[in-house]
Ligand binder design. Structure first.
Ligand SMILES: [Zn+2]
Length: 163
């Protein structure tokens, strides 16, 4: 993904209040390997139930960053596996959490949310690059990366749908 500045990140959020944004910590941007990411995702160490997702979105008026605040009730408990709805990686149950995103605008202020299962650390881009070497063919990674970006975009556009 194209790099983002701190200001771009703060201005990108579509479903967070001023107060949410004041409390939002930023990840270490100078350590971020942008070309290995489809979206920037991070959790809040001070508010362990909060997470943040930002990606570039192609709209009618050009490309712009879209950020969403998500909340979780915590990871699945128990044994077994679950699939992340964004990167489609199947992982142990404890590494996939149900996140809910407040909807943008009036719907969000009424309390409407949208839920989905996502990798617990919001590091899907890292996960898809950790596949065993025999699955690391670049065409395969490109396909997974494109799928991941498409699904992140469709999740945030659902958050933005106010009707
Ligand atoms: Zn994932």
């Amino acid at each position: 993904m194209k790099p983002l500045t701190e200001d771009e990140i703060r201005a990108s959020f579509v479903n967070a209040t001023e107060e949410d944004l004041e409390r939002m910590p930023l990840p270490g941007l100078h350590e971020t390997v942008w070309e290995d990411r489809e979206y920037l995702g991070w959790r809040d160490p001070a508010n362990p139930l909060r997470g943040y997702i930002v990606h570039w979105s192609e709209g009618a008026d050009g490309e712009r960053p879209v950020g969403i605040l998500v909340r979780t009730v915590g990871p699945h408990r128990g044994r077994g596996s679950a699939m992340c709805s964004l990167c489609h990686t199947t992982q142990p149950l404890t590494q996939v959490s149900l996140f809910s995103a407040p909807k943008a605008g009036a719907a969000g202020r009424r309390g409407d949310t949208l839920g989905t299962y996502i990798c617990e650390d919001l590091a899907c881009s890292h996960i898809i690059r950790m596949a065993p070497p025999h699955l690391q063919a670049s065409a395969d990674l490109e396909r997974r990366a494109a799928g991941l970006l498409g699904r992140v975009q469709s999740f945030t556009s659902d958050v933005l749908k106010t009707a």
